[in-house]
Design a protein around this ligand. Sequence first.
Ligand code: CU
Length: 267
Amino acid sequence: MFIQNILTKLAVSPFSPAEWMGLPENGSFHGDEVGHLIDVITWFMIVLFVGWTLFFLLCLVKFRQKKNPQASYQGVKNHASTHLEIGVVIIEAVLLLGFALPLWSERTDDFDQAKKENAVRVRAVGFQFGWKFHYAGADGKFGFIDRTLAKSQGDHCLDPADPNGFDDFVTTELKIPVDRPVILQVTSTDVIHNFSIIPMRIQQDAFPGKDIPMWFTPIKEMETSVVCGQLCGEGHARMVGSLKVIPQKEFNDFIAKQSKTAADKKK
Ligand SMILES: [Cu+2]
């Protein structure tokens, strides 16, 4: 069955290792680029694997004991390996300066753009063992976060004295609208976790004491799971939460209803 699955995938997309390995359907704007990168890297690894295996076999034959009864203590006498090493340094410099840094700067510029485009902000609070989601409520403003107020695991540490927090609310399910940038501020109340949404092709470590932003734009409505991507204790495997990407209208209703309930409770 497993072999048959792989063969079917090979037939459908013969050049995409990401597909063969069963990468879940992409749900974010930038996700296809990540899939493409996985494909390129995997092909590169396949070429390296085949190349080194052939070289290994060649060495086994060429330097077999029968043909070389006496060991050579000098080894290679020409400068080929030095030239090769200089070549590798140049290629790596091109990769870093020509690809990695420009791509990173593009990604960070996009983040500035996302902030301008009225992104949805939600805090994702990790704890042993689960996730909680803190929304700013209908006013769009988070109340002041004071981490010394933590009373329980996964506490969002809202300062009750700050009026901005009057309609803030917390859920165990993450709901976000489709086709709008989302900035998740990832944090933890105990150890280091990792907030990972495979269909969105994104993850971010969650550190106690820090809100670290991660962002993406969901492009289709879906229901999927969020997991912890960092071994964080014996209950790590249970750290599965749920994510729903819903239409903007439904999202507005959700925010309005939850904010009202939260505000009424605090009155
Ligand atoms: Cu964890």
